[in-house]
Design a protein around this ligand. Structure first.
Ligand code: C2E
Ligand code: MG
Ligand code: MG
Ligand code: MG
Length: 298
């Protein structure tokens, strides 16, 4: 009986494994199709990045957006990036997916620039892309085609990508950086303790990982860590963006450290482009009203 049970467990395991593999292969094929069709359900969402002003009474202002891909699968519904980015990464589809996201996002942001909204755009680079030696050329091509300004574009890389960095990756990032494109370290502090890459990469910005920001209010150690990261960034002349800001209390603390920019649900979840434009317009109307009131005072 024990033998049978063992065999059944194995059969079950083999079965669920093949289901998993089939599922992944299905998603892989669907993702390839999605990239080649208008109706595949891929869409770029934008999450606002907000400038922390020194003056408490001043309204916070949206200075940038991060492009985050969304996939509304025709049958399975919304699939979170977590569940398909790694498939895209391991099959190499990520190169095509990322250039699609970058092109789409640049097109949108150029329109917003034309409408008078001076915002920057951050897009995520996956480790796989740093092995593609045509990456800089592909990005420059997107900038030319869309008319996007290089100095409004930030590429976000992760520590794992930075640590795997080869000489070519560093060279590519240098080429991009020399053309005015900024480089941010995403999820800073979650990857590796070896910070050597801070010397070799042309970084402009550290994004403090959400896991350190979330418990600022209750955890003294996290406050110390965040303070330490901001000081480190300051010392190296890097900008700091705090991820995952969800409460006013976190804003107060980050502001007291002179952290530059915040991103998180408090300011806005990733949203489609219509909602983002509505948010920018609302903010502009408020700023205009505020200026008028102040003009009338003196
Ligand atoms: P990320 O680049 O670190 O992006 C931030 C993630 O944190 C996003 O998750 C965002 O929705 C989430 N987030 C932002 N603020 C808050 C908050 O206040 N609270 C909480 N709980 N979460 C917050 P999302 O969109 O699910 O993306 C997950 C990851 O997938 C991204 O992490 C990024 O690594 C990857 N990803 C997303 N889009 C792309 C893409 O176009 N290309 C590449 N290569 N990777 C992407
Ligand atoms: Mg990111
Ligand atoms: Mg991040
Ligand atoms: Mg992350």
């Amino acid at each position: 009986a024990a033998k049978n049970a063992g065999r059944n467990t194995w059969a079950l395991y083999k079965h669920s494994m093949s289901v998993e593999i089939k599922h992944r292969m299905g998603l892989e094929a669907d993702l390839r199709n999605a990239l080649n069709s208008e109706t595949g359900g891929l869409e770029v969402y934008y999450q606002p990045q907000v400038l922390f002003t020194e003056n408490k009474n001043e309204a916070l202002s949206v200075v940038g957006v991060e492009a985050l891909v969304r996939w509304f699968h025709p049958e399975h519904g919304a699939i979170p990036p977590m569940d398909f980015i790694d498939i895209a990464e391991s099959t190499g589809i990520i190169d095509e997916l990322s250039s699609w996201v970058t092109r789409q996002a640049c097109e949108d942001v150029v329109l917003w620039h034309k409408a008078g909204f001076d915002i920057s755009l951050a897009v995520n680079l996956s480790p796989h892309q740093l092995n593609n030696r045509y990456l800089p050329d592909e990005i420059f091509q997107v900038l030319r085609d869309t008319g996007m300004a290089a100095d409004k574009l930030t590429l976000e890389i992760t520590e794992s990508a930075a640590v795997q960095n080869t000489q070519t990756a560093v060279e590519m990032l240098d080429i991009l950086n020399k053309r005015g494109i900024s480089l941010a370290m995403d999820d800073f502090g979650t990857g590796y303790s070896n910070l050597g890459y801070l010397k070799s990469l042309p970084l402009d910005c550290l994004k403090i990982d959400r896991s350190f920001v979330t418990h600022i209010e209750t955890n003294e150690e996290d406050r110390k860590l965040v303070r330490g990261i901001v000081n480190l960034a300051r010392g190296m002349g890097l900008k700091v963006v705090a991820e995952g800001v969800e409460t006013e209390h976190q804003v107060e603390f980050l502001r007291s450290l002179h952290c530059d920019v915040g991103q998180g649900y408090l300011f806005g979840r990733p949203m489609n482009k219509l909602k983002l434009v509505a948010m920018l317009e609302r903010e502009r109307a408020q700023a205009n009203l505020w200026n008028e009131l102040n003009d009338n005072e003196d």
